[in-house]
Design a protein around this ligand. Structure first.
Ligand code: NDP
Length: 245
């Protein structure tokens, strides 16, 4: 129970990696604030965390692309638990498409969720973390934030941006006692690819066998980073599937 009495906000907690992170942080004793748009799923997860781990939870329906909703999320978390020790900026969308197919609305959505959502999270928690001189922000980037493949151009651009933000945070904030970890998963079995609409990309994925990671594999990396001594700042974690044949 290394996180007893600590409070963690997890965005995108309604499925996949965020849900698994919520479970693993609750297992370590943290109070968990669950954020996403599908509040029915968050309520169901909150009950599970309470029953399974005895966790204290708070559900705040949040659209990360709305700055006011991110500010409200943090305020409600502070009202309930006093301080925020960990923010996991996990919410994201991966609407892969080929540039020639011009899915410009999806480009905008990825910029809004993956970049602005992360920035609004930082904006909302930073003043109190600076005042506390303590806090850990986890930004979920991707292996696609380290390399680009056909159809990932815009998604990769957003995840490179997340890494740039993480690196800038380390340079600017570590002297204030804040820690930042950029987590870059490879392929993980979640709902993420179900939202892809470009039929050429769907065909490409269908013809490629994969051996993905499970969401808990990423959650374990997050727990590793946040349970280090305060003097240790794990800045970058890349987790790829082994792909053993
Ligand atoms: P899922 O689709 O399972 O989960 C995405 C989460 O993001 C959901 O909880 C969804 O909640 C939330 N979300 C999406 N849009 C918004 C929004 N506007 N406001 C608030 N929440 C939002 O995918 P994963 O769990 O796989 O993805 C989690 C993160 O991991 C993402 O940042 C993704 O880019 C990253 N990642 C995933 C990889 C993979 O292979 N799965 C690989 C590398 C990185 P709701 O719809 O309820 O709002």
């Amino acid at each position: 129970m290394k996180l007893h009495d600590q409070t963690a906000i997890v965005t995108g907690a309604s499925s996949g990696i965020g849900e698994a992170i919520a479970h693993e942080l609750a297992r370590e004793g943290a109070n968990i604030v669950l954020a996403a748009r599908r509040s029915d799923r968050l309520e169901a997860l909150a009950s599970q965390l309470e029953k399974k781990h005895g966790a204290k939870t708070l559900v705040v329906k949040t659209d990360v692309t709305r700055r006011d909703e991110m500010e409200r999320l943090v305020q409600e978390a502070k009202d309930e638990f006093g301080t925020i020790d960990i923010l996991v900026n996990n919410a994201g969308v991966m609407l892969l498409s080929f540039l020639k197919n011009d899915h410009v609305d999806e480009w905008e959505r990825m910029v809004d969720v993956n970049i602005k959502g992360v920035l609004y999270g930082i904006h909302a928690v930073l003043p109190s973390m600076m005042e506390q001189k303590h806090g850990h922000i986890i930004n979920v980037s991707s292996v696609a934030g380290h390399e680009i493949f056909p159809s990932s151009t815009v998604y990769s651009a957003t995840k490179y941006a997340v890494r740039a933000i993480s690196q800038g945070m380390e340079k600017e904030l570590s002297s204030s006692g804040l820690r930042v970890t950029n987590v870059s998963p490879g392929a993980v079995s979640t709902e993420l690819t179900q939202h892809i609409t470009d039929s050429e990309v769907k065909e490409m994925f269908a013809s490629r066998p994969m051996n993905p990671l499970q969401p808990t594999d990423i959650a374990n990396a997050v727990v590793y980073a946040v349970t280090q001594p305060e003097s240790v700042n794990i800045n970058e974690v890349i987790v790829r599937p082994t792909n053993k044949v």
